[in-house]
Each structure stands twice: as C-alpha cells, then as structure tokens.
Ligand binder design. Structure first.
Ligand SMILES: *[C@@H]1O[C@H](CO)[C@@H](O)[C@H](O)[C@H]1NC(C)=O
Ligand SMILES: *[C@@H]1O[C@H](CO)[C@@H](O)[C@H](O)[C@H]1NC(C)=O
Ligand SMILES: *[C@@H]1O[C@H](CO)[C@@H](O)[C@H](O)[C@H]1NC(C)=O
Ligand SMILES: *[C@@H]1O[C@H](CO)[C@@H](O)[C@H](O)[C@H]1NC(C)=O
Ligand SMILES: *[C@@H]1O[C@H](CO)[C@@H](O)[C@H](O)[C@H]1NC(C)=O
Length: 438
C-alpha cells in the first residue's frame, strides 16, 4: 500500500516540479528517532504508520485462538459471577469480531487485541505487542487518593516535585520549553478529570484500561500512583492515569485547587511519551527492531530448545504466575524523602522489606514480589519473623502493594509459614522443595 503510493509519486511528480521530486515522503518514525521523549501525537503517528496486514492478523489470531483453547476458563467469562460481572466476555465472539473487523493500520488491529485481552482483567492473559507498547505516556501530575481530616479526595501526588525530576532532565526540559509549570500542581486537590468527578474517572479507567485484576477495587488502586518493588529497590509507579501504556492522549484536563489556594481552576496537563523500545532511525528500522518476527520470536521450536537445555542442565520447573507491568523497564526510583527511614529488619535485602514500627508492637513485611531469588525469599521471611518474635511484637502487617506475583510456590510458602502450619518448619528445607516439585 505504502510502497505503491510512493512509486506513484515518484513517477508523477518529476514532470511537474524538479527538486521536490526526490524529497521522500516524511517518515513519522524518523521524526522522533533517537529521542527519549516525544510529543504523544508524533509517537502515535509513527506507531500508526504501518498498514494493516492480513497475513499478520491471521498469524496472531490463530495463535491467540490456540492459546485460549487451553489457557482460560471461558465458561467463567461467559457469565462471570458477582462481584466480577465487569469481566464478562464471550471470548470466541470477540476473537471472531477482531478477525472480521476492517482495520486501517496494524496498530489498530493490535490495539483491538490488546483491549479485548486487557478487559478480561486477568494479568496472566494479556497481549503485549512489543511494537506498540514501546512508549509510555507520562503525565507530570500523577494522581493519588488520600484521606484528609476523614475525607478522601484525589490529589496530584504531593511528592511530584521530587518524583518528576527523577524521570530525567529531557522530561522536565520539555515542560520548561513549553512554559508549563507542573511544580505548582503538586499536592493540588483534584475535583474533576476530563470533565468527570475525579473518582468516577478513576472508575472508568479501572473498568476500561487497567486490566490485570478481577477485583474492581484492586484496579482502582492501580489507577493511582503508588510505591512498589522493582528488582530489590523501592520505586514509584505513575499509575494508569499518570502513566498509561499508549501515547494516545495528548493531555488531560483537571479541575483542581492548588495548594494554598481556595479557588478551583481548570488546568490542561500535557502528556509526554517516554520511549522504551529498541533504538531506531526511521520507520523501517523501527519495524525491524521492535515489530518484525525474528529467530528469537518466531520459527523456533521452543520445546526442542527446552529439551536440549534439560539434557544439559537438569533443573526444577517451578510454576510462575506474574502480572506483567510494562513500565518497570523504565522504573523511576521512589523519591528519597519517601523511602522508609526505619532501620530494615533482618531479611530485607531482597524483594521483602521488613520493619518494626516505633510502637515496638507491630512488624511490617512489605512483600514486593514473589519473583527474584526463590531461596532467599524463604530465608528472608524466616529471618524477619524470627526478629519480630525475638522483639516481642504482637501484630503483623503484610503489605502486598503492587505485588505482581511470581513463583506460585512462594505464595503458598508465605501463607503456610505465617499460618503456623507444622509443615512450615520444613518449608525452608530442601525437603519441602522436593515435596512440592512441579
Ligand atoms: C504482510 O506481512 C508478511 C509477514 O511479515 C509479509 O511477508 C508480507 O509482505 C506483508 N504484506 C504486505 C502487503 O506488506
Ligand atoms: C479468521 O478468519 C479467517 C477467514 O477470514 C478464517 O480462515 C480463520 O479460520 C479465522 N480464524 C479464527 C481463529 O477463527
Ligand atoms: C481501545 O481502548 C481504548 C480505551 O478504552 C479506546 O480509546 C480505543 O478506542 C480502543 N481501541 C480499539 C481499537 O478497540
Ligand atoms: C503553602 O503555604 C505554606 C505556609 O505559608 C508554605 O510553607 C508553603 O511553601 C506553601 N506551599 C506552596 C506549594 O505554595
Ligand atoms: C539478625 O541478623 C543478625 C545478622 O545476621 C544476627 O546476628 C541476629 O541474630 C539476627 N536477629 C534475630 C533476632 O534473628
């Protein structure tokens, strides 16, 4: 399609003008090449520059249909029970719809598949086309929900002034260049977003874009900015309003009351798209680096490769179930004023961070993930609980904020360890590992 029209131009134009003839049609990807950040409309223009391709659709649809054949409880989705009705979907009808819809671009097709799988609200069944999840739209005003004098409201994250600079000077320079003062928005009370009550907007995003969790309330949490563990460090997630996956919004309009003001004002906050993909210089190299199937993505018999590996290195297979959040590759640290200042308890160097609250009655275990070092997770749990017990604590808070899962056995391990099951004594030992080998 594209190639054809270029040829037509080359034939027709020279007769009319001279110099203009050799000027190639503007390449929307070349326009943003080598930039860490792009204006969303320009990023989207690059993503939408690849025409729809029926061969690719049939390949993708066949694979998706085949995965659903064995991976999802389709009957559950046909008639999801309360309180999960929001996830109700006729999976086969959706696949048929996407298989017969006329799409303008490859992006639109992939976006339709992304939307459909996202709305199943199951973090284990997602469609992430590397090609099109290569940008994250970032708002210099991520929002949080906080309680003040017993009343809950939405606010621009008060720590924005510390968080936003961590994204980098290229990010902050852009807002300076357009004269947009994001600093003064930090801590503002948000009354409306996109013309809707702020919480209604949060509900809308939780219903249509967040995905990953069957429970609506958990999705509402993911709409807001929050702390989490990436690898073994604290970081701050922008949230699904402040950091959505696609560069398809240029800005978001807030009605808010800035700190130290009593007057509500309407502010339109621009998004800036953060590039997370592989380097490229133009449309063709964007496709090659991020979209095209290659030996690592296609045509490899993974089963044969796996068997080969097994022969070389016998190793245990352990079930894993993780929510995939595309943003961690670009994680921003949690601003230092918000890092816990209490001394960490024993067993806090990995994905678990444990603390003894100043009351000396309550222990907090922030279990950031079930990924990472399988054995360390268990020894860290043991070390923290031993210290809690030695310190005579009577209360334990387990914080699972943004825990995206991981080794299924570690979830079970933690549960049984804390429940005091006699089995827990042996959980740490290799005996348990043998027992639960999958
Ligand atoms: C569609 O994609 C396939 C697979 O990459 C490719 O071989 C084919 O040339 C593409 N068709 C068009 C019309 O670009
Ligand atoms: C999608 O539609 C094509 C015909 O256009 C058909 O051959 C194919 O079997 C369909 N795929 C699925 C998974 O239904
Ligand atoms: C995907 O969902 C978004 C958000 O709800 C919507 O704006 C967009 O139009 C949808 N795209 C397709 C192709 O379904
Ligand atoms: C708000 O007012 C207080 C007290 O005057 C001052 O300390 C603070 O810096 C002001 N905050 C902002 C964001 O203007
Ligand atoms: C905490 O760890 C230190 C260093 O490994 C150890 O000496 C100490 O006994 C541990 N404390 C408790 C209560 O287990």
């Amino acid at each position: 399609m594209l190639a054809t029209s270029l040829v037509a131009l080359a034939v027709l134009v020279p007769a009319l003008t001279n110099a203009a003839a050799v000027v190639p049609r503007a390449d929307p990807c070349a326009a943003i090449a080598n930039q860490a950040f792009s204006v969303p409309s320009k990023a989207l223009a690059c993503l939408k520059s690849f025409p729809f391709n029926e061969t690719l659709r049939q390949n993708v649809i066949a694979n998706i249909a085949g995965v659903f054949d064995f991976y999802t409880f389709e009957d559950f989705y046909l008639d999801s029970p309360p309180p999960f009705q929001e996830s109700t979907a006729n999976i086969r009808a959706e696949i048929a719809r996407i298989n017969s819809t006329k799409f303008e671009t490859d992006y639109d097709f992939n976006r339709a598949v992304y939307n459909f799988t996202t709305k199943l609200n199951d973090g284990h069944t997602r469609w992430f086309p590397n090609c099109y999840t290569s940008f994250q739209n970032l708002l210099p005003a991520p929002v949080v929900t906080l309680e003040e004098n017993g009343v809950q409201s939405v606010f621009v994250a008060p720590d924005s002034t510390d968080l936003i600079p961590l994204v980098g000077t290229e990010f902050t320079d852009f807002f300076e260049s357009i004269g947009f003062d994001w600093q003064r928005l930090a801590g503002a009370r948000v009354l409306e977003i996109a013309g809707m009550d702020a919480y209604s907007y949060a509900d809308l995003i939780a219903s249509t874009e967040s995905g990953n969790y069957l429970d609506h309330g958990v999705r509402v949490n993911s709409v807001f900015s929050s702390y989490r563990i990436v690898d073994t460090d604290f970081s701050q997630r922008f949230g699904d309003i402040g950091g959505p996956a696609f560069p398809d919004r240029d800005s978001l309009t807030f009605k808010l009351i800035p700190v130290n003001s009593t007057k509500a004002e309407v502010v339109t906050v621009p998004y800036l798209a953060d590039y997370l993909g592989a380097p490229f210089t133009d449309q063709a190299s964007f496709w090659t680096a991020n979209c095209a199937a290659n030996d690592e993505t296609n045509g490899v018999d993974l089963k044969a490769a796996e068997n080969q590996r097994k022969r070389q290195l016998p190793r245990r297979k352990m079930a894993r179930a993780s929510i995939i959040d595309i943003a961690p590759s670009n994680a921003v640290g949690l601003p230092s004023p918000f890092l816990p200042t209490l001394p960490p308890a024993n067993g806090s160097t990995g994905v678990i961070k444990s603390f003894i609250l100043p009351s000396k009655k309550t222990g907090v275990m922030f279990v950031g993930s079930f990924e990472g070092d399988f054995n360390q997770f268990q020894t860290d749990t043991d070390a923290a609980i031993k210290q809690f017990q030695a310190s005579g604590l009577t209360h334990l808070l387990i914080d699972l904020t943004n825990n995206g899962g991981g080794f299924v056995c570690l979830g079970q391990f933690l549960h049984q360890y804390l429940a005091g099951n006699t089995l827990s004594v042996s959980l740490i030992s290799s005996q348990w590992l043998t027992l639960y080998r999958l």
